[in-house]
Design a protein around this ligand. Structure first.
Ligand code: TMP
Ligand code: MG
Length: 229
């Protein structure tokens, strides 16, 4: 029996991930597929509520702790994702572990420019990658890339922690490095496709759709099973 596909949207805040992922769900459903849409962080679980408070600045956490909580928030959904894929339901994710890696590592780049001595455990790219190793592997990751200028034209950012220009700049840089194949994350990335999110909504949608169709055909043709990251 055919299996569902795991499709991930990644990118900076304001890149249109939420709209594009929901549009894709509609299109796949119109094509007769079963689809589940999820977003990370999932703020509804007990771990997700800790993350939500942190992002809103209502609580503080050590950088390592919050990183592991973001990862744990994905692990708690891992068996749900596997069982949907096995039951031929496609799962579309609005953010996944690439955000986890890019945001935490970006933070270390910021703090290393502001403090003279390195922290005791630097948040290296590979350290940031390891808690997510073993999660269901995406069949396709669409990295919606947006320049900071375009993000600013779209009305800038909200008020959550990380929604600041300096941070977004570093996050974009790290996403770029992973996309180029750097570190364990880059080597394991597989189908990591960059989409220019500065284009019009419809154009982006079309590019997303073409990539999804190509991936779909190759998964079916080669009978690829669900992988692990
Ligand atoms: P959201 O705006 O998509 O709800 O995501 C909330 C913020 O959390 C966003 O700035 C990206 C960040 N984030 C991480 O730092 N680590 C993660 O693992 C994930 C999924 C998101
Ligand atoms: Mg946000």
């Amino acid at each position: 029996m055919a299996r569902g596909k795991l499709i991930v949207f990644e990118g900076l805040d304001r890149s249109g991930k939420s709209s594009q992922s929901l549009r894709l769900v509609e299109k796949l459903e119109a094509d007769g597929h079963h689809v589940l849409h999820m977003r990370f962080p999932d703020r509804t679980t007990p771990i997700g509520r800790l993350i939500d408070a942190y992002l809103k600045g209502e609580s503080n956490q050590d950088d390592h702790v919050i990183h592991l909580l973001f990862s744990a928030n994905r692990w708690e959904a891992s068996s749900t994702i596997h069982s949907h894929l096995a039951a031929n339901t496609t799962v579309v994710l609005d953010r996944y572990f690439y955000s986890g890696i890019a945001y935490t590592h970006a933070k270390s780049l910021l703090s290393s420019t502001s403090s003279p001595s390195p922290p005791p455990s630097p948040l290296t790219l590979d350290w940031c990658t390891s808690p997510d190793v073993g999660l269901p592997r995406p069949d396709l990751t669409l990295f919606l890339d947006l320049t900071l200028e375009e993000a600013a034209r779209r009305g800038g950012y909200g008020g959550e922690r990380y929604e600041k220009r300096e941070m977004q700049e570093r996050v974009r840089e790290v996403f770029g490095r992973v996309w180029m194949g750097e570190g364990d994350a880059g080597r394991k990335a597989g189908e990591f496709v960059r989409v220019d999110a500065g284009k019009g909504m419809e154009e982006v949608e079309e590019e997303v759709w073409m990539n999804v169709r190509d991936m779909w055909e190759s998964v079916e043709r080669e009978g690829k099973g669900v992988g692990v990251f």
